[in-house]
Design a protein around this ligand. Structure first.
Ligand code: PLP
Length: 286
């Protein structure tokens, strides 16, 4: 049984509760972060903490804990749950006012709700899926216009995952006005020659913490990076494709809409970037 964190308390998961009036439950009025754990240490914690602050600010929400407290809670959960490899999920909502109302409650009388729990994932780094590569399908991007804020409105991405499953694929890449935005829970990339191509940051995509680190490592390794839009047809004709996220690190994409990317194997660039990312982020883990 896991120990989870809810509003200041460490509790067995079966005893942790949140009000039915919580705005996270009623209105998806909340933000989240997912931080990976390798060797019992937090990967890219600083980046996730900074993005969380930004998400909260964009939604006029107040942080219930400081960054130092947040780090302490993450570490305590890793310790008590004995996580060597896995994930830590964090969610903050606008809290539970006395009644349902579209207007935001007064933060002085309605404190935000904070919940964290661990997910044990042995083999996260040494993943079989990374050796094989994954298959994606393309779908219309029907999400709202502020995808740069990491909100818990994940119904459409969840539907996208199910559409992929039905097509015997692993994930869906979303397409808006002819261009790929991102995967359901990851950033999307293609490789042409030695060039890594990925959509530039804007409100259209989540500003991935893994994306930032991987692009930095790629540039440091003298790889060329181009931040621009690409179409799904360009992706199908690319030499390689891959995704990044805190839970998959760097994961090759070997098939798009049933068409093999390159020779249908993970290729050269994505596996190398995965190795560099895992090495470097392990060294910097806290
Ligand atoms: N894009 C979307 C839509 C996501 O949901 C996520 C992660 O959940 C990402 C990209 C990758 O972000 P990160 O690397 O910070 O995990």
């Amino acid at each position: 049984m896991r120990t989870v964190y809810v509003n200041g308390d460490y509790l067995p998961e079966t005893e942790a509760t949140v009000s039915i009036f919580d705005r996270g439950f009623l209105m998806a009025d909340g933000v989240y972060e997912v931080t990976s754990v390798l060797d019992g240490k937090l990967i890219d914690f600083e980046g996730h903490a900074v993005r969380l602050e930004r998400s909260l600010k964009e939604l006029d929400m107040t942080a219930p804990v400081t960054k130092d407290e947040l780090l302490e809670i993450h570490r305590e959960l890793v310790r008590v749950n004995e996580i060597d490899e896995g994930l830590i999920y964090l969610q903050i909502t606008r809290g539970a006012p006395a009644d349902r109302d579209f207007a935001f409650p007064d933060p002085d009388t309605t404190p935000s709700t904070i919940v964290l729990f661990t997910q044990n994932k042995p083999g996260l780094a040494d993943s079989q899926a990374a050796k094989k590569g994954m298959k994606v399908i393309s779908i219309d991007d029907l999400r709202w216009g502020r995808r740069d804020i990491k909100t818990v409105q994940l119904l459409y991405p969840s539907m996208g995952k199910m559409m992929a499953k039905k097509s015997d694929a692993d994930d869906a890449w979303m397409v808006q006005d002819g261009f790929v935005t991102e995967g359901t829970s990851n950033n999307a990339y293609i490789v042409k020659g030695n060039k890594i191509i990925t959509r530039a940051l804007s409100n259209d995509i989540l500003h991935g913490i893994t994306r930032a680190a991987v692009l930095r490592f790629a540039r440091e390794a003298q790889m060329e990076v181009e931040e621009r839009n690409f179409t799904i047809d360009e992706a199908k004709e690319a030499d390689e494709a891959f995704i990044t996220s805190a839970s998959t690190f760097v994961m090759p994409v070997v098939e798009i809409d049933g068409i093999a990317v390159g020779d249908g194997t993970p290729g050269r660039v994505a596996p190398r970037l995965r190795e560099i990312y895992l090495d470097e982020s392990r060294k910097a883990a806290v």
